[in-house]
Design a protein around this ligand. Sequence first.
Ligand code: HEM
Ligand SMILES: [Cu+2]
Length: 525
Amino acid sequence: MSFNIKEWIFTTDHKRVGVLYLIGSIAAFGVAGIAAMLMRIELSTLGPTITTNPTQYNVWLYAHGAVMILGFQIPALTGFFANYCIPLMIGAKDVAFPRVNALSVWLFYVGIILALLTFVVPDPPDVMWTGYPPYSTITTGNTALYSFTVLVLGFASIIGGVNFLTTVAYMRAPGLKWSNLNIFVWCTLGAFVLQLIFVPVLGTAVTLISFDKYLGTHFFDPSRGGDVLTYQNLFWFYSHPAVYVIFLPFIGVVYEIVATFAKNRVFNHKVVLWGGIGGIVILSGEVWVHHLYVSGMADWIRIGQMVTTLLISIPVGLLVISLAGTLYKGSITFETPMLYALGVLFLFLIGGLTGIPLALTSLTLHLSDTYYVVGHFHYVMAVAGTFAIFGGVYYWFPKITGRMYNERWGKIGFWLTFVGVNIVFWIMMTVGVKGMPRRYYDYSAFPQFESAHQWMTLGAAILGVGFLIAVANWIIGAMKGAPAGDNPWRSQSLEWTTVSPPPHGNWPSPPSVDPDWTPYSYERR
Ligand code: HEM
Ligand SMILES: [Cu+2]
């Protein structure tokens, strides 16, 4: 692979755009990870440890949460995987609008640079990732930078969404029916539909806090007839669906890995498409109030949203059952990507089950704003999603680079992270149940939790080493791994039918498929 930096920056090839997304999002993951480590070090002793300034902790918390979600997970899933895989999976030469695609990745980099400014401006944003007023409108931190970063990243994602919906609608290989598309393609389309509907609402919310702070409006100022709850509603009206923007593509990645490494058809394929993915898209906009249970509201709203929140476990359950059914009687092998995929199932199961108490209005009163919540959402989304991303990068690594990573180091990295995350986040949930509040940088009021915090800091160090090993494995593998061949996993899916790495245009002549072909046509057993 010859390397010409100008060709990369000005590329319109969906695969290179994808790789640019990957590099940017892994860099963002590094920055947000460093912020997490700083928080963990700060929390390793009761009182102030490495800073005596509470605002400093808030800046780390902001840099961690906002960057992990908006700079790492969403761009890795809907930027990298979608770009790299969708055209190849549907047998297309490229996306429908390659230049719009290039624009979206440029905007993404602008967003990353804006987020990095957090570390150099004199008044960094300290508004967590949620930006709640009234704090965000009175802090001396730079709320405008927060608003602007969110708007730029949101816009990048929206134009990506339009592009991919058009691509899948019009550029499928001859003979490829909608119902035979890869599950990953379906999941990602679902995620983009959600982005298109809900990002504008988030954009509105973050724009209005800056209006309040800098232009003297009073949307969220109760003393002038405004209402802070309006912000919380707008924010979560986007940010709950956002967890499905993360969940759908990551479970899609897991499907591709599990089907390939179990060499099995996808169990209940049609139900997955309509009941699972469709069900999630339809229900996801009706549950946001579970983030505001303790904010004060009429009972009928609270109870109604408790019911919809519990209902959403049905489509999610259908997806999980189908994965279990795909494993059943498969001829399973345990290479690194599969370990990560199975890791996702385990983490997601714990995360999902620990979500039920949070959905129940009675129990959540006790758990709200404690470390239980932080432990729960790291299991279900943060860590499960990250494992899917790492597994997916390993899985498509031979396709992207034409080379093989080191299997032994792959496994070592996986086990270190797997052990580390369980230490950190399991303990987090237990101290949460016992009353440790979240977002504290000094917990002198709770000396009983000090040793638990020290264990968590140790766990974070272990998982950090595991992730570093994975990233090092990719870099070394990309430079001098052994040649991988075109289809090392013997997958049936279309992306593996071209050479590795695929040339510009993907195939010498575009493929066509027969109407009964599916990406999972493994022999029945
Ligand atoms: C992998 C190692 C990680 C560690 C050790 C870690 C640790 C932490 C810690 C200590 C907090 C602060 C808790 C508090 O003071 O309330 C936190 C909050 C948070 N983390 Fe992580 N985290 C990790 C990964 C992730 C990932 C991958 C995501 C991606 C979505 C993520 C998303 C968040 C969010 C959204 C918050 C809440 C921020 C806020 O309160 O505004 N974390 N994490
Ligand atoms: Cu939610």
